[in-house]
Structure formats: structure tokens, C-alpha cells
Design a protein around this ligand. Structure first.
Ligand code: ZN
Length: 540
């Protein structure tokens, strides 16, 4: 990709690093839905997964390459360690995309060399050009990452980067893998690379960073001032541990402060153009989709996408905003796609009105999916007077979650009250369509439902989180339930919304069970490497 100083490329890794958040694992349909939305958002690169890790990861990257990659669409990228088997699997997975990239990496810090790789600097320096050249023999676009770069000796980094570029890497990524660096320190590292690597003008400098100290976005913004031109980020900042730098915060910082960040400002007669190609109006929708599908709830005070991000509580602020928005607002909520467009649909709305609204919201459904969404809409309209965009989004995102599911909830019925022992009856259908019924008594209605479902599913698990929040305001609002289950130290989340919270809880529990059976059944592509795969997940 050509280097353009007036452009910061957005490399989204929600489906790779983001999916490594505990409990956030996604099925193939969910990954595809997110990738399609990322394409609408206008990201430059989608890192779709780690193809060597498992058959499921490989299949997901391949499907995204087939269906989301296009001549005009985003570059589809896969991650690979610096080994031939990894790189070959990655090349095969991204092959269907006309614009494809292999992202390969190896650690460069002494602490990783000594304790993890058990290799000398000279050995690493020999591996890098060999593996980059091998990747280049399979695809034209290769990115190379120096894992734990922020803790690496800069002098050694310069040598490694020079070798990687000479072997054909077009993008050099500098990760702060452990979230350790600070803005001025990281900026100095990037500036040093830009000036000391002799062939640096032939490749784009990228940054990747974690939020362990809450500094990821600040570090990236300083890096841009020092020459970085690609951000590796995730929607809602999800990812390993404290997460990655949040895409929406980076994009909006570059947008709101475009005069400050655009290197041409002052030299161009016109007003500076935003540095990214992201369609900011798609940000809110993308955030909700990722939150709904991963079960990772966005905190209310989260910048840009939190539910309070545009709410003014102070009387003085409210008064100011009413007189002139600019007194206390730096971003117009509509810029990120947040509209007050409520009460769009109701009981009398027809199928075409629902389809039109869903299309406006970015959901391009097949005929069968639309039929199902419309049936659910009608069902909801019987119970709730006004159906908002949020309600529609809840309906559709749940539909995506349930495709290809092993268990389907057919019925849930509870009796409870101050003088009754909470009792639940559930009917669950298995993959073969066979229905089974069970009843159970619990400490409360939700507990009774979970017990009955567990009795039928026969999949051991431990319920570790149960949370409810309302989708919209009002007594007839839908309740959103998020459930997390644990098995063998792994987390699986399920999410659902309904006007009846017990029904939402039952469906969320079934969604989590479906992920659990799918996740535990993940098969390795290369069984002989299973021991290696166990510690493969950390990535960069
Ligand atoms: Zn990472």
C-alpha cells in the first residue's frame, strides 16, 4: 500500500485481538456480520483471525475473505507466527480476497527472546527476512510485527525492521504488547525508527497497543505526530486483558482535532481533511453490534460510544447547550450516528417498512432472515407500543447469534410469587429437532430456568455472571440479559433481549450454552501442534 502522509490507515483487529477477550468468542455467522459492518464503517484492513489456530478460525477468515473482501472493499488480513506452517495456512485462508495481507510476527525484546523463544538476537535476525520473504512469495502485501517492541532495544529493532523491509514487508507494526509504554516514550521510539531505519520510507509504520495503564489511545496519537500511519485497534476497545486502543476514540480524536493532526494544515488553502476514511456515522451501530454479539457490555461513561457520552446532567451545561451546542459539546451526536429518531415503527407497520428501516440501519438480510425478523418484530409489537431502532437491532443481532445453534429454546414458562416456590418448565430442541421437556425448582425464576436448561443440555458449567439492563426507557422496555458461563477456565457469554426478562434470561443462557459446546469442540487444524497451540493465543 502506497505511503500517504495525509492518511492514517485503520486496521481493525476486533475479530482477532478483540475476540481474545475472555468470554467474547464468536461463531462464524457472528464474525461475518461484524466483518460486513466493519466494511460499511470503512476500515482499511480487517484482521479476521489467526488461521493456523483452529479449523474454526481458518474457516472464518476464509469466509470473510470470500464475502467481505472485494476490489473496493477492505484488505482481509490473517495473523501468523514467523513459521512456514502458520504463514501457509494464513495465505490459504485469505486467498479468496482480491486484496489480502499476511501479518507475521516474532518477539524482539530480550525478555521474550530469553524466556519465551529461547533464541539469540542473531537467530531472530535470521528468521525475520526468511519468513517475510516466504510470505511475500505467497501474497503481495505483508505486514511484519516486532512483538513486545515497546520493551525492545531500539538499536536491535532498527536492524530487524531494516531486514524485514528489505525482504518485502510493506507495513512494519510496533506493538506495545503489554501496555507498558507512555505517550512521550512511545513517540520517541516511533520517531527513532522513522529516522534510523535506512529503508523506512519504503514501508508504513503501524502501531498496536494495549490499555493496561489506560494509555493506548494517547500513545497512538503521539505516534501519529511522530510518523506512524496505521492504527491497529478494536471496536469498543475490547481485547486481551484491559483491551486494545479503541477505534472510535482514535477516529474521533483525529476527526475532532483534524487541524492539530493533519500534517498539511497551514500549507493547504482549504480546511484540513480527516486523516481516516472511516464513515463516522456508522460508529454507534458498529459499537452496538460488537457489544451485542460479544456480550462485552460498554460502560456508560465510555468515550464516544457510552450511553452517557452525549448526556448533559449539569443545569449550567444543559442551559449552555440549548443556547449554543458548541458551549459544551465537541462532537455532534449525529456525527457518530446517534439520532433521536425514536418511535419509528409500531404494531401496524408492514414488512416493507421494517425492511426499509433495517436497511437504513445497515442490516442487509436474506429473504428468510427478513421473514424471521419480521415475525419477531410482530411478536414484540404485540407487547410493546413503540419499537425503536435499538429494539430492531436487538432482534437482528440475536438472530445472528442463534444460527447454526446446537440447542434451540422452544418454550419457557415460570410460576413464582411471594408464596410460591419458583418453578420453571422449559422445552429445548436439539440439533436433530428432537424436543425434550424438563421442570425445576430454584431460588428464583431465573435460577429455576437455568437449572431446568442444565438438566436437558447435560453440559457442565458454572454461572458466573448474570446482568440485566433495559434497552430503552419505559415500563414496556425490552430487558437485555447477558450471561457468562465458565467451563475449564474458559468463559462463554450469551446475550438476549425480550420484554420479559425471564424469557431473555432463558434465551441468553441457551446462547451461552451453544457457544460453550461450539468452543469446547474447536478442533485444531494441526493436532500435532496442540501443545504449541496452548500458548499460542497471546499473540502480539
Ligand atoms: Zn494485541
Amino acid at each position: 500500500m502506497a505511503k500517504d502522509p495525509g492518511r492514517v490507515l485503520i486496521f481493525d483487529t476486533t475479530l482477532r485481538d478483540g475476540e481474545q477477550s475472555p468470554g467474547a468468542s464468536l461463531n462464524l455467522e457472528e464474525k461475518l456480520a461484524i466483518a460486513q459492518q466493519l466494511a460499511r464503517l470503512g476500515v482499511d484492513v480487517i484482521e479476521a483471525g489467526f488461521p493456523f489456530a483452529s479449523q474454526g478460525d481458518f474457516a472464518a477468515v476464509q469466509r470473510i475473505a470470500q464475502q467481505v473482501g472485494g476490489d473496493e472493499g477492505p484488505i482481509i488480513c490473517g495473523l501468523a507466527r514467523a513459521s512456514r506452517a502458520d504463514i501457509k495456512a494464513c495465505a490459504d485462508a485469505v486467498a479468496p480476497a482480491p486484496r489480502r495481507r499476511i501479518h507475521t510476527f516474532i518477539a524482539t525484546s530480550d525478555i521474550h527472546l530469553e524466556h519465551k523463544l529461547r533464541k539469540s538476537r542473531a537467530e531472530v535476525l535470521a528468521i525475520v527476512p526468511e519468513m517475510v520473504a516466504y510470505a511475500r512469495s505467497l501474497v503481495d502485501d505483508v505486514e511484519f510485527s516486532c512483538e513486545d517492541a515497546a520493551r525492545s532495544d531500539p538499536e536491535f529493532l532498527y536492524e530487524v525492521i531494516e531486514a524485514a523491509i528489505a525482504a518485502g514487508a510493506g507495513t512494519i507494526n510496533i506493538p506495545d504488547t503489554v501496555g507498558f509504554t507512555t505517550p512521550s516514550e512511545f513517540g520517541a521510539l516511533i520517531a527513532g525508527i522513522d529516522c534510523h531505519v535506512p529503508n523506512m520510507n519504503e514501508a508504513v509504520i503501524s502501531v498496536h497497543g494495549h490499555n493496561d495503564l489506560g494509555l493506548a489511545v494517547a500513545n497512538f496519537l503521539e505516534a501519529v505526530k511522530c510518523g506512524a500511519r496505521q492504527f491497529e485497534c478494536t471496536i469498543n476497545g475490547i481485547g486481551e486483558r484491559a483491551g486494545n486502543a479503541a477505534l472510535e476514540e482514535l477516529v474521533m480524536a483525529l476527526y475532532v482535532r483534524r487541524r492539530y493532526f493533519n500534517p498539511f494544515f497551514g500549507r493547504e488553502p482549504e480546511s484540513p481533511t480527516p486523516l481516516t476514511a472511516v464513515r463516522t456515522e456508522e460508529i454507534t451501530k458498529t459499537s452496538r453490534l460488537v457489544s451485542n454479539l460479544t456480550g462485552m457490555v460498554v460502560q456508560p461513561n465510555k468515550a464516544i460510544v457510552g450511553s452517557n457520552a452525549f448526556a448533559h446532567e449539569s443545569g449550567i451545561h444543559q442551559d449552555g447547550v440549548l443556547k449554543n451546542r458548541l458551549t459544551y459539546e465537541i462532537v455532534d451526536a449525529r456525527t457518530v450516528g446517534l439520532s433521536d429518531n425514536r418511535i419509528s415503527l409500531g404494531k401496524l407497520s408492514g414488512r416493507s417498512a421494517v425492511r426499509a428501516r433495517l436497511e437504513e440501519l445497515g442490516y442487509d438480510l436474506t429473504r428468510e432472515d427478513l421473514d424471521e425478523a419480521f415475525a419477531r418484530f410482530k411478536d414484540l409489537a404485540d407487547r410493546k407500543r413503540d419499537i425503536t431502532d435499538r429494539d430492531l437491532e436487538a432482534i437482528v443481532s440475536e438472530q445472528v447469534q442463534q444460527s447454526e445453534a446446537r440447542f434451540q429454546l422452544r418454550l419457557v414458562q415460570v410460576s413464582c410469587g411471594s408464596s410460591l416456590r419458583p418453578t420453571a418448565t422449559v422445552i429445548l430442541a436439539q440439533e436433530d429437532g428432537q424436543e425434550q421437556t424438563a421442570a425445576a425448582v430454584g431460588t428464583g425464576p431465573v435460577d429455576a430456568v437455568c437449572r431446568a436448561l442444565n438438566a436437558l443440555a447435560g453440559e457442565p458449567n458454572e454461572l458466573i455472571e448474570f446482568s440485566v439492563k433495559s434497552v430503552t426507557e419505559g415500563i414496556d422496555a425490552m430487558g437485555e440479559v447477558t450471561i457468562r458461563l465458565r467451563r475449564d477456565g474458559q468463559l462463554f457469554s450469551g446475550h438476549s433481549a425480550d420484554t420479559d426478562v425471564v424469557v431473555a434470561a432463558a434465551q441468553a443462557f441457551v446462547n451461552a450454552l451453544n457457544r460453550l459446546v461450539e468452543g469446547c469442540g474447536r478442533q485444531s487444524l494441526h493436532p500435532q501442534h496442540d501443545a504449541v497451540l496452548a500458548d499460542l493465543r497471546p499473540g502480539i
